[in-house]
Design a protein around this ligand. Structure first.
Ligand code: GTP
Ligand code: MG
Length: 584
């Protein structure tokens, strides 16, 4: 990987860089932010793990965080505003309905305000004072929700107090900005922490995710009173990157639970219900109706697709007002439990999230992952690989799932569809690791570990934290932590796995080069993590030449040999440059 000046990257259009840079850097990140947004972000505080772990205060459990956020979201409304408004007057106008706890603005197809009242009643009061618009030639469906349009009575006569408002940022930084930040970091550890800080979900973005779930819950509740729509996946497991999708789970299990306890005497009341042949058909019918409802009545819900024949049936749609791509599922409780487990792992040690974010970002930069389903590794699988790797350190940085199960008490007991999903949920009961390895070392060792892993015979298993013989022949086998007979990476093809291995070996080699593991004196050459995220121009010949000139350890040499000698996936093109596909 040739060193490349950041200044050069800044001044050349991407197409012009391609003669030197084989993999385009715009793949590094999706949804780049605007320059104006960049400067605003500097002032913004961020952080998605609210465990209260700082300053010795007890850490919050996943359920406590979810409950608190849900309750906040139920007191919150979303208001589409004119581009210029007087914030003071706007807030005064809304406070007629009750005191406001907090608010923020953001842009997504116009200016939006998220306003959190102190009491839920204020929302009802606001709804009671709101009218359904008259549409002229079109007709409006009179749907009463918590998404509003704010109109000014005299739009042609703006007052001097009406001005552009400060917006919070909901997109990741541009590739250029991120590379600059990484180049100016003090150390590789600093680079990993910077990347985490820049890409993690902000407080506002997390609030918006819970609010969106709450708005969808209002719609589903028209059919299923007392249902709950819960976020899961990277929105809540602490590994979410700005711009990631919003996975939602329509939870119908709570329905009827309260009244069930109230039966007394000889009688027992049951709802008369319709029966269908299987749980799967019930799920499909429910999601089909909710999908129709979102399509017809859901404000800002567009592009609704019902994907009901998938292994896990879902409704996919864009929520325009929040800008989130949403996947709504039901009957998917194990995924919620996986999110809780990842949340625990993410909160146990500050190195975990920093390493996972960097590996995910590295994988995205090299098109190892994609937003389109296919034969590539998923972010979920990559996270499992990092967790497994951290369990294998000496002493381990993360405990095995079996040891988390041993720490569980009666209240933690959880069996879902016959699968034992029990583990300790109180973070305060888990002893911190005595391992003090740096992020720099862990990053290097991650690439070396998986660059040499016997994927052909071994399976990755975070339950036991050790390699096991593969029970089936898929190229990559990562045991599903709860449904242990399943492989979460069954989709990964041999060629995608080989690409991962090649890149891991190459990255290990780069990090072991003296000029790549520390800042250059001018800070203008990509080094450390920045060098790993740039498109590679390494070819086997030049790599060999450099190794000969500057002998690295025997291990690195053997890595190099294995890059050269592995199968056709590593074929070099006629010009000697390594052909790594940029296809997503
Ligand atoms: P990104 O959306 O890529 O940021 O990560 P994510 O963790 O949210 O992944 P994704 O949206 O693909 O899936 C959401 C959640 O579903 C994951 O966090 C897992 O809990 C679960 N999940 C995803 N893929 C699998 C799988 O192959 N097997 C199982 N059992 N669960 C999965
Ligand atoms: Mg997701």
């Amino acid at each position: 990987m040739a060193a490349r000046a950041v200044g050069l990257l800044a001044s050349l259009p991407l197409c012009a860089q391609r003669s030197q840079v084989l993999r385009p850097i715009h793949r590094l990140l999706s949804c780049p932010r605007t320059v104006a947004a960049e400067s605003k972000r500097e002032e913004q505080s961020s952080g998605s793990v609210e465990t209260g772990s700082e300053g010795g205060t007890p850490k919050k459990t996943f359920s406590e965080v979810q409950k608190e956020r849900r309750e906040q979201a139920q007191r919150t409304v979303l208001i589409h505003c004119p581009n210029k408004i007087s914030v003071k007057k706007f807030l005064k106008y809304l406070s007629q309905h009750g005191p406001i706890n907090n608010h923020f603005f953001y842009e997504s197809f116009g200016l939006y305000a998220v306003v959190e009242f102190c009491q839920k009643e204020s929302v009802t009061s606001l709804q009671n004072g709101t009218r359904t618009p008259s549409m002229g030639t079109e007709a409006a469906i009179p749907f009463r929700s918590r998404v509003f349009n704010l109109k000014t009575k005299n739009p042609s006569n703006p007052t001097s107090e009406q001005s552009r408002v400060q917006c919070s940022i909901h997109a990741p930084p541009s590739s250029k900005k991120l590379l600059e930040l990484l180049c100016y970091a003090e150390s590789i550890d600093d680079q990993l922490n910077t990347l985490l800080k820049e890409l993690q979900l902000t407080e506002e973005n997390t609030k918006l995710r819970y609010l969106t779930c709450s708005l969808i819950e209002d719609i589903a509740a028209a059919y299923f009173l007392d249902c709950t729509v819960r976020p899961f996946g990277s929105s809540v497991n602490s590994f979410g990157k700005l711009g990631c999708d919003l996975d939602m789970f329509l939870d119908l299990d709570e329905i009827g639970k309260f009244s069930a306890n109230k039966t007394s005497g000889n009688f027992l009341m049951e709802f008369q219900v319709k029966n269908v042949p299987s749980e799967r058909i019930a799920t499909q019918k429910i999601l089909s109706v909710i999908g129709e409802c979102l399509d017809h009545f859901g404000p800002g819900c567009v592009g609704v697709q019902k994907i009901l024949n998938a292994r896990c049936p879902l409704v996919r749609f864009s929520h325009q007002a929040s800008g989130f791509q949403c996947d709504l599922t039901t009957n998917n409780r194990i995924a919620l439990k996986s999110s809780e487990l990842l949340y625990i792992y993410g909160a146990l040690d500050s190195r975990v999230r920093a390493l996972v974010f960097s590996i995910r970002c590295w994988a995205r930069a090299h098109s190892l992952t994609s937003s389109i389903p296919g034969s590539w590794i998923t972010n979920f699988s990559l996270t499992m690989m990092v967790i497994f790797f951290l369990q294998r350190r000496s002493p381990p940085i993360l405990p095995t799932l079996d040891s988390l199960k041993t720490l569980a008490d009666a209240e933690d007991k959880c069996v879902i569809e016959g699968h034992n999903c029990t583990f300790v949920r109180d973070l305060n009961k888990i002893k911190p690791s005595g391992n003090t390895e740096t992020l720099e070392l862990l990053l290097k060792e991650f690439f070396e570990y998986f660059g040499n892993f016997a994927f052909n015979k071994n399976s990755i298993n975070i339950r036991q934290g050790r390699e096991q013989n593969k029970p089936e022949s898929s190229p990559l086998h990562i045991q599903n932590p709860f449904e242990t007979s399943l492989n979460i990476s069954k989709n990964v093809s041999q060629s995608q796995l080989q690409k991962f291995v090649d890149l891991a070996r190459e990255s290990a080699w780069i990090l072991n080069q003296e000029d790549k593991d520390r800042p250059s004196s001018s800070r203008s050459q990509p080094w450390g993590l920045a060098a790993l995220l740039l498109p590679s121009v390494v070819n086997s010949a030049s790599l060999a030449e450099r190794v000969r000139k500057k002998p690295a350890s025997e291990r690195i040499k053997s890595l190099l040999e294995s890059i050269k000698s592995s199968g056709p996936e590593n074929a070099t093109s006629t010009n000697g440059k390594r052909t790594v596909s940029t296809q997503a």
